[in-house]
Design a protein. Structure first.
Lengths: 734, 192
């Protein structure tokens, strides 16, 4: 290879290619002041620009991870703005919470947080445009109507495009957002109609949308060699051989964010191509200081959990009534132990981030689910003022909670500062991505319940073992006192013991619920059997009359009537009673219900288990209640189907991360499999129950019930209880 | 220096011949539609066509591509008019979209040799990993693309927001002719 890559790229580009060969900086031009300056349109507010041709640009403010928010939030604005979706173009905004409000893709919060503000932004702009027309024509505001980007005066037949009114409208004081009138539901023309993902035409062309696609003039690339044992640090480095590789620019120590500021636990290799950086990386010789951190292992955790479960819990989560008294007087008691492993996120787009440090200013192109939190972390690590950091939000090739953490931003920022003036793109290998995740913590539950003579649940006890320190769980290892059915049962004891770990933990789609749904709904299936009824009946009996349970802490309030309706709905939808497979031929049907992220979901699953133990999911029925409106029905269907498929992947194909000597073993999809098309159900039927409550989110709540529905179906088919994930059936290792 | 044809253009890569085709396409040619997912030929996100066959570009070196015809997602059609591209959008078999280019290339290669594949043939020919779980719509999308290719179906894919049907129909021949009155705004202000 001769000359620098910069030259090679230029000479390469001298022969033009079809598509993609042109750097599309336009893709990164956010709906920002800069973009505004370069266009002839005018901003009506932070989200809306009207162009002279009467086309409308709407800013999408939240991170798009495939959940459809880049389409959904602008739909809310367009609805109240009274424009046709066909005249709208969507642009991703920059990260700037002062300007746009909360910009985070987590907790299924985008819908409930933005349902009113986005509509208000659209309605306020509409009202300014109508006011401009009223002033111009000297008629009353109330006599005007709007639609398709036009204001009309019916009496005179006059019309005006929004574009012709914009210059006057921007001079009108915006109305108070909470006072601006919103449309009645009956007038909705966009909300509740299916709209294709706004980026999908660009995606099928392979256009550069994702963080990893960021290409800038003079760009260099970085690989990261981080200490495989979390919290370990660099003891000694021999980087001579790595630096000798042609094309390598620098090898610099950085802090991944896991060790105290000022110490280093990773080496960044910066080179003229990412491939070159990886080649050089393999020639690094690093001694890591891992101290006693190598003691942490999956095997040790299992032994410690056994020991802990034989003793009393160290911490108390919930204690009410007299559980021991109720259990000793119960007609029947049932005891079972459940467990589940650590899990990785494994977004298909590996973690990456591009940074440019120039004159004390840092620009980042970040596929982050929480860019503002990233800004704060980067500012703290680099001692930069937060407003010296500009963050472009790229499309994201899968989030699942991984990118609520911003370690890759903090790392790219340090690397960029090491090569001022040069844009640098950090990309994890798949192995890096799996071995440097923020994992869903594993856990164990020793459950005991008591039933009275009539099969009613009268006592519930759980000793929960997971990870933490000083009686407090690590991130995403919380067992809440509202865990169903603890809030309804009169006598409950939840205790916990937290084991130490060096693994960083984080939120995985439907955090805590993805595990608790499996544990509690599977255990309830055992109790239902002991009570001689099926699980939907048993859960409905627990729910009792329709009511709102008391609010506890920050938890979403539980409405037993909404729960009842989705359970009844899914039983009708799947014809639960009439069409239940008997278990003959290895066919079984299972049920699961869960309430999380303000959404109520009940699911029924039919599975066939072969004699060799291979499980085939034949069909899934889902009934959900997320409030009064399903904003974009086609996307809602896809979110539910995707959540169900992800739940199956967690349960049935061997997903787990193992730790040996302090480090994670899994490095690719052979050891941490994703569900493939041949194992995926082709039929996931979804129905929504509408209820008179503001709409809530859909990224997460459909996931938790599918795992117990699967486990309970396998029990119905085989008589074998699945109490440990990933599930293992005889003769089946996958 | 390896010479090959990429998207119908003869090119010479001024890079180490042992560089995987994937990274040559992405880092040198700025053809970032071909994605990196696993690096070991498992996920299929880096699928391209080499001499008409779908191959994982992370597993072949530039040297091995000497003299061969490579087509990437950017070169599959000039205007996303390939039936698989159209059907993937029409059926919305896309969530985050990161696996999509690889799936489109696998699907296009399948239809070029079998325009009427069965469900089993589709599942075998598209082993690509989709982390988001678009699988329930994928078989239908490929079958629909096959029907379009056999001229038994047409896809009246709506243009993306911001493009009028008339403009889109001019630029995208695969779109059905506009028969209904356009709802798009007039380009000239109608202030009266």
């Amino acid at each position: 290879m001769s000359g620098s890559l910069e030259i090679s790229r230029r000479s390469f580009l001298s022969v033009s290619l079809v598509g993609g060969a042109v750097l599309s900086f336009g893709a990164w031009l956010a709906l920002s002041d800069e973009a505004e300056a370069g266009s002839s349109g005018a901003m009506l507010n932070a989200f809306i620009r009207i162009n002279p041709d009467n086309s409308v640009v709407i800013g999408a403010k939240n991170p798009e991870i495939g959940q459809g928010v880049k389409t959904m939030l602008p739909m809310l604005i367009a609805e109240e703005l009274d424009v046709d979706w066909e005249q709208v173009r969507i642009e991703q905004t920059l990260a700037n919470e002062q300007k746009y409000g909360r910009q985070s893709a987590g907790g299924s919060r985008s819908t409930p947080v933005n349902w009113l503000p986005m509509r208000q932004a659209g309605a306020a702009a509409r009202s300014m445009l109508v006011m401009a027309a009223a002033t111009k024509w000297g008629v009353a505001f109330e006599t005007l109507t709007a639609g398709s980007g036009m204001v009309r005066h019916a009496a005179s037949g006059r019309t005006a495009t929004y574009a012709s009114l914009t210059e006057a409208a921007v001079k009108i004081a915006p109305p108070a957002l909470d006072a601006v009138p919103l449309k009645p539901d009956s007038a909705f023309r966009i909300i509740g109609t299916s709209r294709r993902g706004v980026d999908t035409p660009a995606i099928v062309r392979g256009q550069p949308l994702f963080g990893i696609d960021t290409e800038l003039p003079g760009m260099v690339y970085a690989a990261l060699e981080a200490c495989p044992v979390f919290q370990g640090t660099i003891a000694a480095v021999d980087d001579q051989a790595a630096k000798a590789v042609k094309g390598v620019l620098a090898v610099v120590p950085i802090n991944t964010g896991l060790v105290p500021k000022g110490s280093f636990d990773a080496l960044a290799i910066i080179a003229d191509s990412w491939w070159t950086a990886q080649q050089a990386r393999s020639r690094l010789k690093v001694d890591w200081d891992t101290g006693t951190l190598t003691q942490f292992s999956t095997e040790a955790y299992a032994e410690q959990a056994d020991t802990a479960l034989a003793q009393a819990p160290e911490a108390e989560i919930l204690s009410k009534g007299d559980v021991e008294g109720q259990l000793s007087g119960a007609a029947r008691t049932v005891t079972a132990r459940y467990d589940y492993p650590f899990l990785g996120h494994c977004t298909l787009e590996p973690q990456n981030c591009t940074g440019l440090y120039e004159d004390g200013q840092l620009t980042l192109w970040a596929p982050s689910q929480s860019p503002e939190r990233g800004r704060q972390e980067v500012a703290a690590m680099l001692d930069l003022a937060p407003d010296a950091i500009k963050i472009h939000m790229t499309r994201i090739g899968g989030g699942f909670g991984r990118r609520l953490m911003n370690d890759y931003m903090v790392q790219a920022a340090q690397i960029a500062r090491a090569v001022p003036g040069k844009p640098v793109k950090l990309i994890y290998t798949r192995g890096d991505d799996m071995r440097h995740d923020y994992y869903r913590p594993g856990g164990w539950h020793e459950l005991t319940a008591g039933l009275d003579n009539e099969g009613r649940l009268v006592a519930l006890k759980d000793h929960f073992v997971s990870f933490g320190a000083d009686g407090e769980p690590v991130r995403a290892a919380e067992l809440e006192e509202t865990e169903f059915p603890a809030q309804i049962v009169s006598d409950v004891h939840f205790g916990a013991t937290y084991l130490p770990t060096n693994l960083p933990t984080g939120w995985l789609r439907a955090p805590t619920s993805n595990a608790m749904g499996f544990v509690f709904q599977s255990f309830l299936d055992e109790l239902a059997e002991a009570a001689g009824v099926d699980l939907p009946t048993f859960v409905l009996r627990i729910l009792g009359e329709d009511r709102l349970l008391p609010k506890v802490g920050r938890a979403n309030q539980f409405n037993t009537g909404r729960a009842r309706k989705v359970i009844e709905e899914v039983c009708t939808f799947a014809n639960w009673d009439a069409k239940r497979p008997s278990g003959a031929g290895g066919r079984g049907r299972g049920f699961g219900f869960y309430f999380s992220h303000a959404g109520y979901f009940a699911e029924i699953l039919d599975a066939t288990v072969s004699e060799g133990g291979t499980v085939k999911v034949d069909k899934i029925w889902v009934a959900g209640d997320i409030g009064s409106h399903v904003i974009n029905p086609v996307n809602a269907l896809h979110q539910v189907q995707g959540a169900a498929i992800e739940g199956l992947a967690q349960a049935m194909i061997g997903q787990k991360v193992d730790q040996v000597d302090g480090a994670i073993v899994q490095e690719n999809f052979d050891s941490f499999p994703l569900l493939r098309i041949e194992a995926a159900p082709q039929d996931v039927a979804v129905t929504f129950v509408t209820s008179p409550f503001p709409p809530t989110g859909l990224g997460e709540p459909a996931l938790p019930p599918v795992i117990p529905a699967l486990a309970n179906a396998i029990y119905a088919a085989t008589g074998k209880r699945i109490r440990s994930l990933p599930m293992q059936l005889q003769g089946q290792t996958a | 220096m390896p010479r090959l044809t990429v998207n119908e253009r003869p090119v010479e890569f001024d890079m180490d011949p042992q560089t995987p085709l994937l990274w040559a396409l992405r880092d040198a040619a700025n053809l970032t539609g071909t994605k990196y997912g696993c690096g070991v030929g498992d996920c299929g996100a880096c699928m391209v066509m080499v001499d008409g066959t779908a191959l994982r570009s992370c597993l072949i070196t530039l040297a091995e591509c000497e003299g061969r015809l490579v087509i990437t997602i950017e070169g599959l059609s000039r205007d996303r008019s390939h039936p698989v591209q159209q059907a993937m959008v029409a059926e919305q078999a896309i969530q985050c979209g990161f696996c999509t280019p690889g799936i489109v290339m696998s699907g296009a290669a399948l239809l070029s040799r079998n325009a009427n594949p069965s469900e089993a043939e589709i599942k075998e020919a598209i082993p690509n990993l989709c982390r988001c779980g678009v699988y329930p719509r994928l078989v239908r999308a490929i079958q629909r693309a096959g029907a379009v290719r056999r001229r038994e179906d047409t896809i009246s894919a709506a243009p993306p927001p911001g493009i009028t049907r008339e403009d889109a129909a001019k630029a995208v021949p695969a779109l059905a002719p506009v028969t209904e009155p356009s709802t798009a705004p007039s380009p000239t202000p109608t202030d009266q």
